[in-house]
Design a protein around this ligand. Structure first.
Ligand code: LLP
Length: 421
């Protein structure tokens, strides 16, 4: 048997002819499996979405910062953003030049800001006090400023990053103070940026926000770039036929807004977007082994080894991930049933899917947890002293390569210092 309930991955030829059960055996579970072809396709979708020539896609590496993954993104001609020295460091290792990295700090220490200055990357600050700190550290330097366009969007209140209820960005009413600080420290404002939030499936909020951002831009002549942010959604409910974001329509709307703006602005500007999820989510499936199936009061629980230490999104945001079932044995399922799929972490909230209708599942089955490439591994942890999983990549020629080793028990001890008791 093997692929028992696998319509979504079958349609995408996700495993490129490889057997997920064999992959689970060879590399053990839980396992992040990436598909290079799909990753490259998503990069190309976005690179080609806007016709205006000075258009750059900065991949937002917080969604997935694996070195090999970043190397592929780089080879597709994308640039990157960064949120921390750690991201800058890995991006440099992946081959990105300093000028291809846009560091978008939020409440960062002077030491961290200095790291970014020394690394030679473009830097954005998102408060007056951070702008003052930047001016003190690097007078006369180039800088970008993140504004809050007043319009937010996102799949959960925790990921809406513009509008009235967020810590991010500078309100446009403080533009005079921004100008004063730029003057005080002789700073050159080379760019402005925004990010309205994560995961929108229609373009209205994004289009409205870029309108607001372009109004702000008009108050700053001489900008080299305007970064419109990320947030482009993907359909997580694929089994139910959820439609993807219409990239073509959004691209056309962005092109219209850009042409109107450049006519008025009258100078050459580069326009950037910084999507993370759109590029990285759909090219990854987590393989997880079922270790127990049981009835507890009125619910049937399927217990697997994908706890929230491996995939945090369901517990953190009540996020939905499609689940497939793969089986080695020929034992057939007796129809479908609603089950609650849980992990192996010592908390009742460790739930991957509530009351999900799936074919009858047996101990030993392998589950495929879909669309796990964005905010999957990057949010994984060692909670319960569990080891973070391995990551493998199915190359375009079908070869499977390990791109991150599974942690070992020694890794858990690596930074601990025993007492002499
Ligand atoms: N730019 C900035 C400044 C951001 O803060 C983010 C995401 C992005 C770009 C990329 O957003 P995307 O295109 O991936 O939506 N952990 C949450 C998402 C948090 C997003 C944080 N910032 C999740 O799993 O849904």
């Amino acid at each position: 048997m093997s692929k028992l309930y696998s319509r979504v991955t079958d349609e995408m030829n996700y495993f490129e002819g490889k057997d997920p059960v064999a992959l689970a055996k060879e590399y053990q579970t839980p396992l992040y499996v990436y598909n290079e072809r799909i990753l490259r396709q998503r990069c190309r979708d976005l690179k080609n979405m806007v016709k205006y020539p000075n258009f750059v896609v900065d991949y937002s590496a917080k969604a997935n910062c694996n070195l090999a993954f970043l190397q592929i993104v780089k080879s597709e001609g994308l640039e990157v953003d960064a949120m921390s020295p750690g991201e800058i460091y890995v991006e440099r290792q992946a081959g990105f030049a300093p000028e291809e990295i846009f560091y978008i700090g939020n409440n960062v220490s002077a030491e961290e800001m200095q790291y970014a200055i020394d690394a030679g990357v473009h830097i954005s600050v998102d408060s007056l006090s951070q702008l003052e700190q930047f001016g003190q550290l690097a007078p006369g330097h180039e800088v970008a400023v993140r504004f809050n366009p007043g319009v937010g969007a996102g799949h959960h209140e925790k990921v809406v990053t513009a509008g009235k209820k967020t810590k991010f960005g500078i309100e446009p009413k403080y533009i005079p103070q921004v100008k004063e600080l730029l003057k005080k420290y002789n700073l050159k404002l080379i760019g402005i940026n925004q990010h309205i939030g994560s995961l929108f499936m229609t373009g209205e909020a994004f289009t409205a926000s870029i309108g607001a951002l372009f109004e702000i831009a008009k108050q700053f002549p001489g900008l080299k770039f305007i970064d419109m942010g990320g947030g482009f959604g993907i359909p997580y409910r694929k089994e139910e036929g959820e439609a993807p974001l219409d990239i073509k329509e959004l691209g056309e709307a962005i092109d219209r807004a850009i042409s109107a703006f450049v006519k008025e602005y009258g100078e050459q500007v580069t326009f950037r977007i910084e999507p993370g999820r759109y590029i990285s989510a759909e090219c990854s499936v987590i393989l997880s082994r079922v270790h127990s199936v049981k009835q507890n009061h009125d619910k049937k629980y399927v217990g697997c080894d994908c706890g929230f230490n491996v995939l945090q999104r369901p517990i953190m945001y009540d996020s939905y991930h499609g689940i497939e079932v793969y089986r080695e044995s020929e034992q057939p399922s007796k129809g479908t049933e609603a089950v609650t799929v849980v992990g192996n972490i010592c908390e009742s909230g460790d739930i991957l899917a509530k009351d999900r209708v799936l074919p009858e599942i047996f101990k030993g089955d392998v589950l495929g947890i879909l669309d796990a490439g964005a905010y999957g591994f990057t949010m994984a942890s060692n909670y319960n002293n569990r080891l973070r999983p391995a990551e493998v990549l199915i190359r375009e020629n079908g070869e499977v390569v390990l791109i991150r080793e599974r942690e070992t028990l020694d890794d858990l001890m690596r930074h601990m210092i025993p007492l002499n008791v």
